[in-house]
Design a protein around this ligand. Structure first.
Ligand SMILES: Cc1ncc(COP(=O)(O)O)c(C=O)c1O
Length: 314
């Protein structure tokens, strides 16, 4: 979908992955990882799956596991959306929330330590490990890139958020294999360590990690940009008010990155930003005035409102 007037001089489009079953881009990752584990004989009768998730993968895995008769435990942290948590539970998965911050200020290391302890104690547990599982990037190499090339054509620029880096690495590989000259921008949050920056507190789930994922390989072929979560919030709220599109927090980061790169993008370019999920799950956070004020300060809210006001018609 095009966002007319989001940028001047070139066209910005969003690939809306929130329309996938289970509501996010993670359906592709979940499906590929389960099919791969089944094909390789890792999932046997009586076994139980376990996985670390910031939310969306959990919903997707819970849905697939319900349909295929697998038991699964999902390990998450307090940044998970309340609605996502209810969604997962409704699908019948078990949920564990770890609440101790790791040394980098996030929760990922705590989540993974928990899984390592559980798998060491119980040989029936199968850890899918989205951070290192090659099926994660393979899903995007085949399906996300396949859909882009078939439905949109070759973008001049592609902006991709980075969490496990599965989407990013899959897109890098798929577009290169297709011979596309697309310039790719990997987008992460300030406070995430994947691009080598210092760790810090983050509030928006999906992108950013406190531990570099094994899947991530910087081969020098893509640009990297860290986006302040305040800009992600402002951009989400701007897109909602100006385009009638309620997107998730990481989509705001990715679109804020398009804005930040705009002076490097040639006039007439077609720029595509991947939007991993929709914004309903963020109504109590990114789209809630009190939450924004409490977490990012009244300035962020005021700046978002100024921008929204500046774009009101008439
Ligand atoms: C909302 C959201 N944005 C971005 C991402 C990042 O995708 P990836 O893990 O493929 O890097 C995720 C992954 O969980 C997500 O849920």
């Amino acid at each position: 979908m095009e966002l007319p007037g989001f940028t001047t001089g070139f066209s910005t489009y969003v690939k809306i992955e929130g329309l996938n079953p289970a509501g996010s881009i993670k359906m592709k990752t979940a499906r590929e990882m389960i099919l791969d584990a089944e094909a390789k004989g890792r999932i046997t009768p009586g076994c139980e799956l376990i996985e670390s998730t910031s939310g969306n993968l959990g919903v997707a895995l819970a849905a697939i596991c319900a349909a295929r008769g697998h038991r699964i435990t999902l390990v998450t942290d307090p940044n998970v959306n309340a609605r996502t948590l209810r969604f997962i539970k409704a699908l019948g998965a078990d949920v564990v929330i770890v609440d101790e911050r790791d040394r980098a200020g996030g929760y990922l290391a705590t989540r993974i330590d928990y899984i390592r302890r559980r798998t060491a104690a119980d040989p029936r547990l199968v850890w899918l490990n989205q951070y290192a599982n090659p099926a994660n990037a393979a899903a995007h190499c085949t399906h996300t890139v396949g859909e882009i090339l078939a439905g949109f054509g070759t973008p001049d620029w592609l902006f991709v958020g980075t969490g496990t880096a599965g989407t990013l690495m899959g897109c890098v590989r798929g577009l290169r294999e297709a011979g596309a000259a697309t310039r790719i921008v990997a987008v992460d949050a300030v406070g995430s360590v994947t691009f080598g920056a210092r760790p810090g507190r983050r509030w928006i789930p999906g992108i950013g990690t406190s531990r570099v994922p094994e899947t991530y390989v910087d081969d020098g072929s893509f640009h990297k940009l860290l986006v302040d979560e305040r800009d992600a919030v402002r951009t989400c709220r701007r897109v909602a008010r100006e385009h009638g599109l309620l997107l998730g927090g990481s989509s705001g980061s990715t679109l804020a990155a398009v804005d930040a790169f705009s002076d490097r993008i040639a006039p007439g370019s077609r720029v595509l930003a991947i939007s991993p999920d929709m914004g309903e799950g963020y109504l109590d956070t990114v789209y809630d005035d009190d939450w924004v004020t409490e977490h990012f300060g009244a300035d962020t809210l005021a700046a978002a409102e100024r921008r929204e006001a500046a774009y009101l018609p008439g």
